[in-house]
Ligand binder design. Sequence first.
Ligand code: SF4
Ligand code: SF4
Length: 263
Amino acid sequence: MLKALLARAHQGHRTTAYPDGEPPALPERFRGAPTLDPSRCPEGCRSCADVCPTDAIGGDGSLSLDLGRCLFCTECVTACPEGAIAFTNDYRLATRRREELVARGQELALADALERNLRRLFGRSLKLRVVSAGDCNACSADVNVLGTIGWDLGRFGINYVASPRHADGLLITGPVTENMRLALQKTYDAVAPPKIVIAVGACAISGGPYAGHPEQHGGAASVVPVDLFIPGCPPHPLTILDGLLRLLGRIEDGSRAVSSRTA
Ligand code: SF4
Ligand code: SF4
């Protein structure tokens, strides 16, 4: 017992202070919010769009990048001869509306909070049923990581629960395969209203790398209404946590300071 107590004292406090303190250091190769500079694009150039595996880049003459489709592979950055696309280390990516995920320059929306009545209900206690609707396990892994001591999601009153009957909403990963479509619909129906839905990862937003395959449905919104979109493939746990806390009104700064062009 004494040994265990000494070990605990030696280990100290491991949970990140975020959002009250600085966010944890991100790895060098982390790719966050993109910045686009369409003024650098030569007339008719499609180099970036041609290499994108998910058609995330708009090719209608005005450069755009759909974060709901993006896999953050940086192939477009490598392909662009003019340096018009870069990825920063800004982990804040979640939005409330699907269309806000389409970046057109350096401005990107940040998720705003739930309506006042829902914040009153869920702001201090939010129970989520996680539904893996055909994901590759990477999004699920980063969702699960939030329950560990390093992140301690429970300190915000957010918990994962085993039954939709005990849940206030769903957190969905995966593109919604045909095999999971009915299960997702039934799980949603089993949650008592009012309820919220969170789509985590490119698959759950757009089908991700599986978009267009006949055995998947192109994301959660094809089956249920979505209240929060969290991009990434997979999203970093910090990106997921930031999105959840913005939805609950626990982070209210609306400014985005895109600090560095790392790629
Ligand atoms: S980083 Fe995103 S936009 Fe660029 S090529 Fe990869 S998937 Fe497409
Ligand atoms: S978004 Fe990427 S990491 Fe998440 S389930 Fe799809 S392929 Fe896997």
